[in-house]
Design a protein around this ligand. Sequence first.
Ligand SMILES: [Zn+2]
Ligand SMILES: [Zn+2]
Length: 348
Amino acid sequence: MEAHPTEEPSMRALMLTGDRTSVVRRVPRPVPAPDEVLVRVTSSAVCGSDLPHYRKPAAELDNRLHTVPGHEAVGVIAAAAASGTGPAEGTRVIVYQHSGCDECVFCRSGEPMFCADRRTLGNHRGGADAEYVTAPTTGVLPVPDDVSDGLATLIACNFGTAYSAVRKSGVGVGDRVAVFGLGPVGCSVVALAVAAGAEVYAVDPIEGRRDLAKTLGAVVVDPLGQDPVATVAAVTEGRGPEIVFECSANPTAQAQVMKLARPHGTVVLLGANNSMEIDPGVDVIRKELRVLGSWVFTQPEFPAVLRAARGLPALAHLLAPPFPADQAAEALAAADAGHVGKVLIDWS
Ligand SMILES: [Zn+2]
Ligand SMILES: [Zn+2]
């Protein structure tokens, strides 16, 4: 826990209060360490990975009961680092969600998420759903002016995650791709796979999310109305698509993607926060399947993430009007209810 001396200025912040409740209240403004910057947050967003914590009773929230949530932040440097390193005051930045020791092989290669001393915004550090957040100088990524706050917030987690996963998958022109789960990550995967020249089948039980995926160029499947495995297999010679992305973290969908994958196919797992059951012999070994995990973009990938996002004007369809900061609790509730598109919070 970072220190919150009572004499420091305060700020508005969203706080989890347990059992699908949250509240915006005034808390002490975080104080940056000498090698950290203070960021005035202009936009944050709710992530699917926030929701399992939002749903917990207060007694199970542990440190998250007293820590500002959120790990997707865009803002402006309000105070440069006292150490004299890092970006200057006034620089517009994305705050990278993980930081580390700055010394190990992973930190030095821009992959602090693998650091043994990983600290994540909204969990081990005060998070993004507030007017101010602190970050190490190595954990802020300058953003060009022509990238809107909404798009930059989408890039900070969901689009960056989708970019890294699509890149790892090797998807190419003429491939068939299935995407299960059409939240902002799944829809970003759809947009990138369509742009790569793939034929994309997109699966989600929520009609508005399917409509969004259709706008992005996918053929859509309602898994409650049709068996998605049989439906997609029927249009891929009965064998299944070359690549399947699992973005829902729904146990039924997780089982379905393993059944749908073709021999020599690729399954990319993006939906986290629960366990899944597989039969290694049937689902993986005898199909000689390639199963990939993909977590978050690395810092060296960031320039390419930005280029990809700026080349996809259709991503604007994912950006619903932001919730004002005073209604941040409603933003969380909307995300929990399966909101269509990215749930943004305006702290400007
Ligand atoms: Zn996220
Ligand atoms: Zn490290």
